[in-house]
Design a protein around this ligand. Sequence first.
Ligand code: CA
Length: 196
Amino acid sequence: MFFLLAISFLLIVPYGASQGSYSYCEGDCKTSCQYENVALRGRATQSSVFGNTKYGYVSWPINAIDGNPDADYYHGSCTHTNNDMSPWWRLDLLRNHRISKVIITNRGDCCGERLNGGEILIGSSLANNGNNNPRCAQITNSVVPLTQSFDCDNLVGRYVNIVIPGRQDFLHFCEVAVYGVPTHDDNFCESSVTTQ
Ligand SMILES: [Ca+2]
């Protein structure tokens, strides 16, 4: 009897703990579920890092998801690629999410116009570094306001790319917020999803 109880404990407890760790809802997920900035839990990479080994940390892709919207590049909280053809930045949310909106804070100390023509892509493919995924929005006026919100109409994907397709340029911005919910939580949340 003891042996059977021990086996049951080993099987049930880890499964239950894993299920609980997937919940991003506050309170009772069966009655409320809020989109929140899931970018803060993601990983980021990009086509190249401006400044290379000596000053590269000022340009790291993770600087765009550090929760700090400081728009002065020299304060060390922005991302910055080299002068690449079709430069790109990619956020990995580690699993599929239903994404309601993406908010981008551009670089503010100079050169904000470089983001014009940029595209926000959302999907689950890594083909062409994720740059073939469906488009949420195109950035047509990147300078004013400094922080802009783009409605992504609940596109589903694991990856969020920001790319300047077909142009050689530097890609830089200072913060990206992605509001979404893991698709895994749909059974709990889809009847009463709210946005914030
Ligand atoms: Ca930042």
